[in-house]
Design a protein around this ligand. Structure first.
Ligand code: GLA
Length: 501
C-alpha cells in the first residue's frame, strides 16, 4: 500500500472493506502467525483500530488474552499480554510492523530470545473457537477391568516434545525390552502430542508425516509384547496446536481401535475455549463412551490438570487415571511441589482408577540421583502411574537402576492399590506411609532439606505394636528387627524407603 495516492486508498477502502481495511488503519484485522511443523494453529491477533488506537486480543490454542499497554510509534504497534495470576503472571510483549501485505511480528517471552515471524492476514473469523456442541446427560460409564494396578510405561512428551516420530517410538520399544524395563513391568509406549495430521473428507483423522503408518507402528510395538498409547484432546486443537477430537469423538475412538491403540491420554487444551470447567465431566464422558463402544480395550487417561475435583468423577466417565496437577518439569521444585501436594487424594485411588501426578522426569538430567530416587519413591507411595519420560535408548546405569528397582515397583504396583498418605511433617522432614497387601507397610522418610537429617518412623504412628523387621529398598538389605520404630540418616533431598512387616 505504501506510496499509493490517498484518493486511491480511499476508493479501495470504500469498495473492498473488510478485505482491504486500509481506511480502518493498517493494523486492523486478523493476523495469523504460521504454525510450527505439522501443527494446525499457533496464534492469531484479532485487532480493531480506530481513532488512533488499537484494541483486541491474542488468540492462543488454549486461551485468549486481551492486549494491554498499546502504543503506536513510527508505524510500529507494540502491546503486551498477561497470562496467569499474580504472583505467577507471565507477560509477553509484541511488536508488529507492516511488511508488504504481511505483518512482521516480534514476540518477547520472559526468559526466551525474541522471535520474529511473518503473520498473514486471515479471514474475519480466523482463530475463532468452533461453535458449541451440546453435551450429553451424565450417566455412569461402567468399569471395564483395565488398569488393576497403576499403568507402567513410557511417554514421549517430557524428553522428545514435538521431536517424536515413528523411528523414535520403535527404538524406544526396542530399548524398553533391551534395558530390562519391560521385564520390570513397563508396558505402554505412549505417543504424546504432535503425531496428528488433518482429517480426510470423511472426517477420519490422519497422522502427519512423522508417523507414516500408525497401524504398522502398533503392530511393531505389539510384536515386542508391549502396548501402544496415543494422545488427543476434546477440543478442536491439542495443546501444541494439532488436530483434536472435537466433534469427532466416535470416529476417532474407532480409528484408534482400528490402529491397535491400547491407551489414550485425553488432554483438555482448547476445549477450554468452548466449555466451562463444570462441564468437563460430560465432555470426558463422551470419549469414555466412544472408547467403550470402539470394541477394543483402551486405557483412558484424563488430563485436565486436576481441575473441578476430577478425582471425584474421573472413574464415572470411564477414566482409569486422571492428572491431579499441572505439568511437571525436570527440577526439584516442580517435582516436590507436585508430589508432596497429593496427600488427601488417597480415598479416590484404587484398582482401575488412579490419581496421576504426571509422568516421571527420572533420567532427564535436571535432578541429582538422590532427587530422582525421591521422585521414584514418592510416586510409588502415591500409587501413581509410572510413565518414564526419558530417552530409554541412552540411559545411565543409575537411571535404569532407579526406574527398575523391583522393590520400589512392587510398592507402586501393590495389589491392594491403597495410595499412601502423609504420617507427619515438620520443617524439611516428611514421613509417608502406605498400607500394602498382607498387612505390610511401606514407609518413606523424605529429607527435603539441604543438609543430612536423622529421621524416625515410630510403629505407634501406624497403629502397630511389637517388633517389626525392616527392609531397606534402596540399600537392598534387611536392616534388622526393631521394637519401637526405625531411625536413619537421610541425605539432602534424599529418601529412606523401607518395607515393614
Ligand atoms: C499438556 C499436557 C502435557 C503434554 C502437553 C502436550 O501440557 O499436560 O502432559 O501432553 O500438553 O502438548
Amino acid at each position: 500500500m505504501k506510496g499509493w495516492p490517498i484518493a486511491v486508498i480511499g476508493v479501495a477502502a470504500a469498495f473492498a472493506w473488510p478485505q482491504n481495511p486500509a481506511g480502518q488503519g493498517m493494523f486492523a484485522g486478523r493476523w495469523v502467525v504460521p504454525p510450527e511443523g505439522d501443527a494446525a494453529f499457533r496464534q492469531v491477533y484479532a485487532l480493531e483500530q480506530s481513532s488512533g488506537t488499537v484494541t483486541g486480543r491474542v488468540i492462543n490454542t488454549t486461551s485468549e488474552q486481551p492486549i494491554v499497554d498499546v502504543a503506536i510509534a513510527d508505524g510500529t504497534l507494540t502491546f503486551a499480554t498477561v497470562a496467569g495470576r499474580p504472583p505467577n503472571e507471565r507477560r509477553t510483549e509484541y511488536r508488529l510492523r507492516p511488511s508488504g501485505s504481511s505483518m512482521a511480528v516480534t514476540f518477547m517471552r520472559p526468559g526466551r530470545n525474541p522471535e520474529t515471524l511473518m503473520a498473514t492476514r486471515g479471514s474475519a473469523t480466523a482463530g475463532d473457537a468452533p461453535a458449541r456442541i451440546e453435551l450429553p446427560a451424565l450417566h455412569r460409564v461402567p468399569a471395564n477391568g483395565l488398569a488393576k494396578t497403576p499403568p507402567m510405561g513410557w511417554n514421549s512428551w517430557n524428553y522428545f516434545r514435538a521431536r517424536v516420530d515413528d523411528a523414535t517410538v520403535r527404538a524406544i520399544a526396542d530399548a524398553m525390552v533391551a534395558s530390562g524395563m519391560k521385564a520390570s513391568g513397563y508396558t505402554y509406549v505412549n505417543i504424546d502430542d504432535t503425531w496428528e495430521g488433518g482429517r480426510d473428507a470423511s472426517g477420519r483423522i490422519q497422522t502427519n508425516r512423522k508417523f507414516p503408518n500408525m497401524k504398522a507402528l502398533a503392530d511393531y510395538v505389539h510384536s515386542k509384547g508391549l502396548k501402544l498409547g496415543i494422545y488427543s484432546s476434546p477440543g478442536h486443537l491439542t495443546c501444541a496446536g494439532y488436530e483434536g477430537s472435537y466433534g469427532h469423538e466416535e470416529i476417532d475412538a474407532k480409528t484408534f481401535a482400528g490402529w491397535g491403540i491400547d491407551y489414550l491420554k485425553y488432554d483438555w487444551c482448547s476445549a477450554a475455549r468452548v466449555y466451562k470447567d463444570d462441564e468437563m465431566q460430560a465432555v470426558y464422558q463422551k470419549m469414555g463412551d466412544a472408547l467403550r463402544a470402539s470394541g477394543r480395550d483402551i486405557v483412558y487417561s484424563l488430563c485436565q490438570y486436576g481441575r473441578n475435583d476430577v478425582w471425584k468423577w474421573g472413574s464415572d466417565v470411564g477414566g482409569h487415571l486422571w492428572r491431579t496437577t499441572g505439568d511437571i518439569s525436570d527440577n526439584w521444585e516442580s517435582m516436590t511441589r507436585i508430589g508432596f501436594s497429593q496427600d488427601g487424594l488417597a480415598p479416590y485411588a484404587g484398582p482401575g482408577h488412579w490419581n496421576d501426578p504426571d509422568m516421571l522426569e527420572i533420567g532427564n538430567g535436571g535432578m541429582t540421583g538422590a532427587e530422582y530416587r525421591t521422585h521414584m519413591s514418592l510416586w510409588a507411595m502415591l500409587a501413581a502411574p509410572l510413565l518414564a519420560g526419558n530417552d530409554l535408548r541412552a540411559m545411565s546405569t543409575e537411571t535404569a537402576a532407579i526406574l527398575t528397582n523391583p522393590d520400589v515397583i512392587a510398592i507402586d504396583q501393590d495389589q491392594v492399590g491403597r495410595q499412601g498418605r502423609r504420617l507427619r511433617s515438620g520443617g524439611t522432614i516428611e514421613v509417608w506411609s502406605r498400607l500394602l497387601s498382607g498387612g505390610k507397610y511401606a514407609i518413606a522418610m523424605f529429607n527435603r532439606g539441604d543438609t543430612p537429617a536423622m529421621i524416625e518412623a515410630r510403629w505407634s504412628d501406624l497403629g502397630l505394636s511389637g517388633a517389626h523387621t525392616v527392609h531397606d529398598l534402596w540399600r537392598h538389605r534387611d536392616a534388622g528387627r526393631f521394637e519401637i520404630g526405625y531411625q536413619t540418616q537421610v541425605e539432602p533431598h534424599g529418601v529412606s524407603l523401607i518395607r515393614v512387616q
